[in-house]
Design a protein around this ligand. Structure first.
Ligand SMILES: *Cc1c(COP(=O)(O)O)cnc(C)c1O
Length: 409
């Protein structure tokens, strides 16, 4: 049951905010590390991490200090002028990821948009595709954001219905199907890009077969198509590697970062590519008032530094294995748990119920009562993605709370 205090927060938000989300009924006012607290001071494990934007933990001290220091000096110049932080930040980030250049943007969807523009332009100017014929292949079940072009190639009906006319030039093929990709490439010489999530996060934590990414990359090379990895959710150590593509030693032509590049502080996203690709963008051909601002530059640098210094990839691997092993034990106990899947600390339980069942929501409410925040995605899957700084004791405690929640259903 919610208190009248909680109800008043919820009512106000529902009254004055556009109603595009269906939040779990919990009102948060504080966060630290892997925990968040509600307005009554009740403590919860955050097993969503703002869709993997707070991999480094809530109100991370190191990032906070850099943020505070920079916010007292200079926050925004626009790129009409140079600033003292952007060069250093991008030198560091590009060297960590191994690319010549980064285009700094703000939100994830914006970075996806920018990557698509770069890819199309490369198609016309380098690959020499006929004017306005460029096509980009995407996957069924994808999630790349909410802009008009990006929803144009969504396979979810509610994401695109009545938002038309939609942007053309995209073809949706089955995810994790290398044959279909080959057929698509063979059928159309105007294909310039393949946009793919190494693991589909919003799609319900769908992990493709081992080898899929490498085989896709090889096909892209064969057909002179850019391999564009949307690592907005999977990147920055979430799956146990700096990039999820690194599990298969794939080096994408274009990498899209967002979410945890911000450390949860301040929206920062980016597109990484080498000069021969990024170079198609010339003065006046792309821009963003906030993109590349000194505050965002400092935040992004510290966010990556923290992830590397604390070896969050290693921790995501060990804690992820521990988490899945223990969920497997729960599976033999609770018939409702059909399947456990994921990599590193990006995981999901597939429940043995229909996608329209009320059970996943009920389970999330039980978990909330017991102190674990996680939400259903794609109906009958519950995603579990805690901050990557979580330790063994905390994982085992959370498992206990999840176990109790299943028992109470
Ligand atoms: C969240 C997400 C996006 C969109 O990011 P926003 O910051 O919400 O615009 C794009 N792609 C993937 C894979 C994501 O998880």
């Amino acid at each position: 049951m919610l208190s009248s205090k909680e109800n008043s927060y919820i009512k106000k938000e529902e009254k004055f905010c556009s109603n595009t989300y269906h939040p779990l009924p919990v009102v948060l006012s504080r966060g630290k590390g892997v925990f968040v607290w509600d307005v009554h001071g009740k403590k919860y494990f955050d097993f969503l991490s703002s869709y993997s934007a707070v991999n480094q933990g809530h109100c991370n001290r190191k990032i906070l200090n850099a943020f505070l220091k920079q916010s007292k000096k200079l926050t925004l110049t626009s790129r009409a002028f140079y600033n003292s932080e952007l060069g250093d930040s991008l030198e560091y980030i590009t060297s960590v990821f191994g690319y010549d250049k980064m285009l700094p943007m703000n939100s994830g969807a914006e970075a996806v948009e920018a990557a698509l523009k770069i890819c199309r332009k490369w198609g016309y100017e380098v690959k020499k595709v006929a004017k306005n014929k460029a096509k980009i292949i995407v996957c069924n079940g994808n999630f790349h954001g909410r802009t008009t072009t990006v929803i144009s190639f969504s396979s979810s009906k509610e994401s695109k219905e009545n938002f038309g006319p939609l942007t053309v030039g995209f073809e949706i093929i089955e995810y994790n199907n290398i044959q279909k990709l080959n057929e698509a490439f063979k059928a159309d010489k105007n294909i310039v890009g393949f946009l793919v999530e190494p693991i589909q996060g919003e799609g319900g934590v769908v992990v493709p077969d081992e080898g899929y990414l490498m085989k896709s990359k090889k096909l892209c090379e064969k057909y002179n198509v850019l391999f564009i990895a949307d690592e907005i959710q999977t990147g920055i150590c979430r799956t146990g590697k700096l990039l999820a593509c690194h599990h298969e030693e794939v080096r994408p032509d274009i990498v899209i970062l967002g979410k945890a590049l911000s450390g949860g502080f301040y929206p920062v996203s980016g597109v990484l590519a080498d000069s021969k690709i990024m170079g198609v963008l010339k003065v006046g051909q792309h821009g963003s008032t906030f993109g590349g601002n000194p505050l965002g530059a400092v935040v992004a640098k510290e966010s990556i530094k923290f992830a590397l210094n604390k070896n969050l990839s290693n921790n995501a691997t060990t804690m992820g294995n521990l988490f899945r092993d223990n969920l497997e034990k729960l599976r033999s106990k609770h018939k409702l748990i059909k399947k456990i899947r994921g990599k590193g600390l990006l995981n999901a339980i597939v429940l043995d119920c229909s996608e329209t069942s009320k059970i996943p929501w009920e389970l999330s409410l039980k978990m909330r009562n017991n102190g674990v925040l996680a939400k259903p995605t794609q109906g009958n899957k519950i995603r579990f993605a805690p901050p990557l700084i979580i330790n063994k004791k905390q994982i085992l405690k959370a498992i206990k709370l999840i176990d109790t929640s299943f028992s109470e259903l």
